[in-house]
Design a protein around this ligand. Structure first.
Ligand code: FEO
Length: 392
C-alpha cells in the first residue's frame, strides 16, 4: 500500500496486516488489523507519527523512500506494533529525534535499541512548532500502557490517537465506511485492552473535550471522519451504569450443566433480561469480552473436575478478573459428581470484580425439579437486582 493523502500536508503511511489472526499470542483478530503511521509536513519541520510492527517495516521504509528528510518521530506508545520500526527510521534519518513522554522514553529505551541522545521528551500540553503547523501533545496515560499520549494538530483539526479509539480492522478504506463493522471491532479492542483502565480513560476523554476535531486518526483501523461516532461509543463503554444484560460463559461435559444453563437463560429471557450464552469449548474469547463491556451480571456455568471448576472456566474467570468489567452481580451454576469446591475456587479467581454474589446453584448429578426451582429463583433474583438499578 502506497502513502495516501489525508490533507494537503498530512499523509497516511503504514501497513495493512490482512492475515494476522492473533495479537500478543492471545487476542483473536478475526478481521486482521493495520498499523497506521502519519506524516505531517510543516513549512519548516517534517514529522512521522508512530511506525509499524517490525515484520512489516519494509512497507513503511518503501513509503519513506520519497521522503527526503524527517526531523521528528513521535512515539505515542512504546508497544512494538507502533514503535518497533523506529530504529530503522532513525537509521535512515540520522538527524531525527524521537518525541515521547518521559515514561515513553524510559520504556522505549528498555524495549528498543534507541540511544538516549535521540529522545526529546514532552510534557502534557507541550507544543512543537513545525512552522505553519503545530503539534500539541496530550498525555493520556493508561490507554493502555502508562506512557501513552495523543497528538492534536489544530490547523487541520486532527487528533492522532494511536491505540485510543483504534479498531483491529484490515481494510482499504481510509475512512470509516461501515460504522456497524467498525463499532464491533472497536468495542472488541476496547474490551480486550482498554476496559481494565475504564475510569482513567474516562478522565482522558474529558481531557480531549474543548478541542475542535474533524478527524480522529488512530494507529489501528480506519480514520474517523465522524469523530462523535467513536467518542460517544467510548463514553457509553466507560460509563459506570451497566445494561440489563447477563453474560453466561459455561462448559458442560455430560450435559447436566448445559441443561441448567439453558433453563436459566430461558428463565432470564422470560423476565426481559438479555443473556449472552457462551460455550467456552468453542467460543471466540473476544466475543465474550465484548459482552462483558455492558453486562450487569456474570453467571459462570461449570461442571466439577475432581474438586474444582473445569480448566476452561479457570481461564475465563481469570480473563474476566483481568478485564475488570463493570458488572455488579455474579453467580455460579453447575453440576458435580461427588463433591465440589467450584464456588470457593471461582470466587478466589475474581478478586478484582466488585460484585455481589447471588446464591449459586450447584447440583449433584442431573438437575431435578427442586434444582430447576432454584434456577428460577436465581433468575428472579437477577431480574430483581437489575430492576433495583433501574435497568429493566
Ligand atoms: Fe497497538 Fe498497544 O499497541
Amino acid at each position: 500500500m502506497k502513502a495516501r493523502q489525508i490533507r494537503e500536508r498530512v499523509h497516511w503511511l503504514g501497513a495493512v496486516d490482512w492475515d494476522r489472526r492473533l495479537f500478543d499470542s492471545l487476542i483473536p483478530l478475526p478481521d486482521g488489523t493495520s498499523y497506521n503511521a502519519y506524516l505531517v509536513r510543516g513549512s519548516e519541520k517534517t514529522v512521522l507519527l508512530d511506525s509499524v510492527d517490525p515484520p512489516m517495516a519494509d512497507v513503511l521504509m518503501f513509503q519513506l523512500e520519497s521522503v527526503p528528510h524527517i526531523d521528528y518521530v513521535v512515539a505515542h506508545h512504546a508497544e512494538q506494533d507502533h514503535s518497533g520500526a523506529i530504529p530503522q527510521v532513525l537509521q535512515k534519518y540520522p538527524g531525527a529525534q524521537v518525541v515521547t513522554t518521559p515514561k515513553g522514553k524510559e520504556m522505549l529505551a528498555d524495549l528498543l535499541p534507541i540511544p538516549a541522545e535521540r529522545f526529546v521528551t514532552v510534557d502534557d500540553g507541550e507544543t512543537l512548532s513545525l512552522g505553519d503547523r503545530t503539534l500539541e501533545f496530550i498525555h493520556t496515560p493508561w490507554v493502555h500502557w502508562p506512557e501513552t499520549m495523543v497528538t492534536y494538530l489544530p490547523q487541520e483539526r486532527i487528533l492522532f490517537s494511536c491505540d485510543f479509539f483504534g479498531s483491529h480492522v484490515a481494510t482499504t478504506d481510509l475512512y470509516v465506511t461501515d460504522e456497524a463493522r467498525v463499532y464491533e471491532a472497536a468495542k472488541r479492542y476496547y474490551a480486550e485492552i482498554m476496559m481494565p483502565f475504564r475510569k482513567i480513560i474516562r478522565k482522558n476523554l474529558d481531557k480531549l473535550e474543548g478541542r475542535a476535531i474533524d478527524l480522529i486518526a488512530p494507529s489501528h483501523g480506519p480514520i474517523y471522519d465522524r469523530p462523535a461516532f467513536i467518542v460517544d461509543a467510548y463514553r457509553e463503554w466507560v460509563a459506570d451504569a451497566p445494561q440489563n444484560v447477563v453474560v453466561l460463559p459455561y462448559i458442560s461435559m455430560h450435559g447436566s450443566t448445559r441443561r441448567m444453563v439453558e433453563y436459566l437463560v430461558s428463565a432470564l429471557a422470560e423476565r426481559g433480561v438479555t443473556v449472552h450464552q457462551f460455550d467456552l469449548a468453542v467460543t471466540d474469547i473476544g466475543k465474550l469480552a465484548i459482552t462483558l463491556v455492558d453486562a450487569a451480571t456474570i453467571v459462570i456455568g461449570t461442571p466439577t473436575v475432581h474438586r474444582g471448576p473445569h480448566p476452561s472456566v479457570f481461564y475465563a474467570a481469570h480473563l474476566a478478573n483481568a478485564l475488570r468489567p463493570k458488572a455488579r452481580f455474579a453467580s455460579i451454576v453447575g453440576s458435580y459428581g461427588w463433591s465440589s469446591q467450584a464456588v470457593e475456587q471461582i470466587a478466589g479467581l475474581i478478586p478484582n470484580l466488585d460484585v455481589e454474589v447471588l446464591a449459586p446453584v450447584l447440583v449433584k448429578g442431573f438437575p431435578r425439579a427442586a434444582d430447576f426451582q432454584a434456577l428460577e429463583e436465581l433468575a428472579a433474583a437477577i431480574a430483581q437486582k437489575h430492576a433495583e438499578l433501574g435497568l429493566a
